[in-house]
Ligand binder design. Structure first.
Ligand code: MSP
Length: 504
């Protein structure tokens, strides 16, 4: 039986238009999901939209439509982003879906029956933009720590007994060192929990766009309890007739989130799950934030980066490569057009694109349009190149499991650069005149290296990797990770290639 792998993105607030931050989180998940599929896992890759709450209700009102009409329309923007970036999600959950509403009610009842929910009154600050409660001590210059405006709220509310879970959470972090990553976020979360947890308000009464609390029709569920539960709903938590999917995929292997929402995923979510007697996800990874040419990205400054435009201008694989190569995953990063163009021209066009172009063109011109057959022998230089990826497959697996995308790409680009050097040193054009057989060995070694590189690049730049593998006639069913260890047979006819990455 195949091993399973369940990976999730946050579900996106529909009131926003999709921007580079959303594309980034989903891209990271897409790369991992594609890699795991290549490594023969049965993958469940989930994304979706967060459609309830005060923020969405207000946005609908500003647009003069009712919330349902509004979310039906704008959640479409996020589905369009999936195509635009070539994302391979297996499911798309909306929090207005029936099965999600059922799940939320189910988890609420579980929490209630286990004695973890009580009715009281909330009085304190609330930030609609963050959809979060803040105590007096957390307020900075009259604002939420994120800079968002806050309003004073006083209303009856159900509370979750979060304080009871403080020690259990700390123990869990201690026993599961990889649960929160990177290390800095882990430390941040641990010190937050150690500073003392207060019970959490989990229902609201002053507006109505949300899921009704099962035992009290005057309350709607706090939007974060509603939103987090999507991870259960999508794998059929509330399906009473069939629990196969849930058993198969829950707990999730990784929740990918931005650093701003780590607290919800690494503190509240595991506490809710413990309290509901459910298994906990294996990992929460919090990535950094992008700025635009040095400035914080915000709608009000008008410097939001539109992924649709970027992809239209530079190409899907170019943007996918740039976002994951430019900044070590987990760190903040700055988006700069000149850096993007540099990466496209130097890494993609001059290095990888050029390697493919020159090797295939030489074969086309000198070898009767046919990749030479596997040579009888390889010399030391050939083996160095051919084995550099093969012998390190487990290392690449490890890098993906650590979400270390930039290192993964850096390593592959070292091989690409070595392959380009090898072309210059072996000078197959000179061999053509005096040692035709050696020329064939060299060209074979190069195509074999390109094959391995392209198998490993499929998760990152799927369109281009596919074009290359197609071009050198690698059958579809021979593109999984394990086939890196096989060797090309050669002796297949090829055509003349078009440039893969036009220079900018
Ligand atoms: N709806 C909640 C998540 C609920 S998950 C149960 C939410 N939505 S969001 O649309 O505001 O944000 C989604 C993701 O986009 C977050 O992970 C956030 O970190 C990410 N980004 C938003 N702006 C970003 C940047 N400028 N850079 C990188 N990622 C950013 O939060």
């Amino acid at each position: 039986m195949k091993s399973t792998y369940y990976i999730t993105t946050p579900i996106y607030y529909v009131n926003d238009v999709p921007h580079i931050g959303h594309a980034y989180t989903t891209l990271a998940c897409d790369v991992i999901a594609r890699f795991k599929r290549l490594d023969e896992y049965e993958v469940f890759f989930l994304t979706g939209t967060d459609e309830h709450g005060q923020k969405v209700e207000m946005a609908a009102k500003n647009n003069g439509v009712n919330p349902k009409e509004f979310v039906d329309k704008v959640s479409e923007n996020f589905r369009n982003l999936l195509n635009c970036m070539n994302f391979s999600n297996d499911a798309f959950i909306r929090t207005t879906e029936e099965k999600h509403i059922k799940s939320c009610k189910k988890i609420w009842e579980k929490l209630l029956n286990n004695g973890n929910i009580y009715l009281d009154k909330y009085s304190g600050w609330y930030s609609v933009r963050d959809e979060a409660f803040f105590s007096e001590t957390e307020i900075v210059d009259g604002k939420a720590p994120s800079g968002a405006p806050v309003e004073w709220v006083e209303e009856p509310s159900y509370f979750f007994n979060l304080s009871k879970w403080e020690q259990k959470l700390l123990k869990f972090y201690e026993n599961n060192k990889d649960f929160i990553s990177p290390e800095t976020r882990r430390n941040e979360v641990i010190s937050f929990v150690k500073s003392g947890l207060k019970d959490l308000s989990i229902s609201r009464t002053s507006f109505s766009w949300g899921i009704k609390v099962p035992n009290d029709k005057n309350h709607i569920m706090y939007v974060w309890l509603d939103a987090l539960t999507n991870y259960l709903s999508a794998c059929e938590y509330s399906n009473e007739d069939n629990d196969e999917v849930f058993k198969k995929f829950w707990p999730a292997d990784i929740h990918m989130v931005g650093k701003d929402i780590i607290r919800f995923h690494a503190v509240y979510w595991p506490a809710f799950l413990m309290a509901a007697d459910l298994p906990l996800p294996k990992k929460v990874f919090a990535h950094g934030w992008w700025t635009n040419e040095g400035n914080k990205i915000s709608k009000s400054s008008g410097n939001v980066i539109d992924p649709f435009q970027l992809v239209g201008k530079y190409g899907i694989d170019q943007i996918r490569y740039f976002l994951l190569r430019e900044v070590p995953f987990g760190n903040d990063g700055d988006f700069s057009n000149s850096q993007l163009i540099n990466r496209i021209n130097s890494d993609l066009a001059n290095s990888y694109g050029n390697l493919f172009q020159r090797v295939v063109s030489m074969i086309f011109k000198n070898c009767n349009e046919t990749i030479p057959s596997k040579p009888k022998k390889f010399n030391q230089e050939d083996l160095m190149l051919i084995n550099s990826i093969k012998n390190n497959l487990n290392y690449y697996r490890e890098l993906i499991d650590k979400q270390n995308f930039d290192q993964y790409l850096k390593n592959i680009w070292i091989v690409i650069s070595n392959a380009n050097k090898y072309v210059d040193e072996q000078a197959p054009w000179a061999l053509k005149k005096n040692n035709f057989e050696r020329m064939e060995e060299v060209l074979f070694t190069l195509v074999e290296t390109i094959r391995q590189i392209s198998i490993l690049l499929q998760p990152f730049i799927p369109n281009t990797a596919e074009k290359i593998l197609e071009h050198i006639k690698i059958p579809h069913d021979k593109r999984k990770l394990k086939y890196v260890n096989f060797i090309l047979r050669g002796n297949v006819k090829i055509s003349i290639p078009k440039p893969l990455f036009p220079k900018i």
